[in-house]
Design a protein around this ligand. Structure first.
Ligand code: NIG
Ligand code: FE
Length: 381
């Protein structure tokens, strides 16, 4: 569903452009006071000073929203999550707080393997309901586009089920969040293939990837390129095959041990290399995402992401906004259609309870989003 909507008297805060912003450009935002945003059939058709939109004809064809005292930003794009899974791993979190490493838990059969077990033991309806719950929470915090990965099935049937769940949530007519699906069959080596990682990569390439491609079930192919999981060589083989089947590429690169995943991403012109830290001063385009998953980060919280980026990663508020909007969109090949408030882009927006966008990190861990707009339709948070 899309709508005609006029938001008036807003403080519009947005990065600008139709490609990712790099380095110092990330800190440059356009701020317009007393602004009007016009959305026609779900697409932004005007942004700028009020043009007398309150006259009669407009009232008939457009919903009106008075945004006096409110900031309006582009909808947030959470460009990296694993939001479809069974079970949780709260006890592992406590072990890690006591000093055990993520990898050592994984090596003794916990970690991803335990979520794979719980996901295989669940079913479409239960997994879908749980995933939908996460989407609702994320939307209330301003997310209007989310990427989601498979990778907790690691067999053909369950990988396809995870992707079908995303497709069915995406097709929901009352949807508030667009879902961009990623095939992450190479998230871990399943028990059945223990010690035979190359055979598992062959299985993914021969059996699973073609089924994902034929069903149009994923846009991207991702791999956990990590010591003890998939090597650079195995990742390259998998990603080249994926490209041959029409997928765009992503990598979990150098998350724990710096193996050279970032270099591989550059070599293959991947759309994004994820889990790299603090690259803005090197002139890179950085996106922020929650990485919601049951192991390394059980949180889809945008306020937490803002706070961590600004307090611990030395990002400015402006850089963090760009990283969660336009650059998140670019990480999903969508910078031409979402991620900023400009004519021609989708009418996907966030309305804050305040006219001061610095609240995003300042109101630490708290939500200052009062509504989101999806293609011109307003959804109160
Ligand atoms: O992005 N690193 C690989 N994947 C996830 C964690 C998955 C899990 O622990 O369940 C991540 O950190
Ligand atoms: Fe991840």
């Amino acid at each position: 569903m899309s709508e005609n909507l006029i938001i008036f008297d807003a403080r519009v805060v947005t990065p600008t452009g139709f490609t990712a912003r790099k380095g110092a450009e990330m800190g440059r935002l356009l701020v317009l006071d007393g602004a009007t945003i016009e959305v026609t059939d779900g697409v932004i058709t005007y942004v700028g000073p009020n043009r007398g939109e309150n006259r009669d004809g407009y009232y008939r064809r457009y919903w009106h929203y008075n945004a006096r005292g409110r900031c309006v930003l582009p909808g947030f794009v959470d460009s990296h999550t694993h939001f479809v899974f069974g079970g949780e791993r709260a006890e592992e979190f406590s072990w890690r707080l006591k000093g055990e490493s993520y990898m050592s838990i994984m090596e003794r059969g916990g970690g991803i393997a335990s979520t794979v077990k719980a996901t295989r033991a669940s079913n479409f309806i239960r997994l879908r309901a749980k995933a939908e719950g996460f989407l609702k929470q994320m939307n209330a915090m301003g997310v209007t586009t989310v990427e989601g990965k498979s990778g907790y099935g690691l067999d053909k049937e369950t990988e396809l089920m995870q992707l079908r769940i995303m497709r069915s949530l995406n097709g929901d007519e009352h949807r508030r969040v667009d879902i961009v699906p990623t095939f992450l069959g190479a998230h871990a080596v399943p028990q059945e293939y223990a010690g035979r990682t190359d055979d598992y990569v062959d299985f993914l390439i021969r059996e699973v990837m073609p089924a994902v491609a034929d069903g149009g079930l994923a846009e991207f192919c991702d791999v956990f390129c990590e010591q003890g999981v998939f090597s650079i060589e195995q990742s390259r083989r998998l990603l080249l095959a994926a490209r041959g089947m029409g997928f765009d590429l992503k990598l979990h690169a150098d998350e724990i041990v710096p193996l050279g995943g970032a270099g591989l991403a550059a070599e293959l012109s991947a759309t994004s290399a994820d889990h790299l830290l603090a690259m803005i001063d090197a002139g890179c385009a950085v996106a922020l995402a929650t990485d919601l998953n049951p192991g390394s980060c059980f949180s889809g919280s945008i306020p937490l992401t803002f706070a961590l980026a600004c307090i611990y990663m030395q990002m400015s508020v402006e850089e963090a906004i760009t990283a969660l909007t336009l650059n998140g969109a670019a990480a999903l090949n969508r910078a031409a259609t979402i991620g900023s408030i400009e004519a021609g882009k989708k009418g996907d927006l966030v309305v804050l309870s305040t006219d001061n966008y610095h609240f995003l990190p300042y109101y630490v861990g708290m939500n200052c989003v009062i509504a989101t707009v999806k293609e011109g339709v307003i959804h109160p948070s």
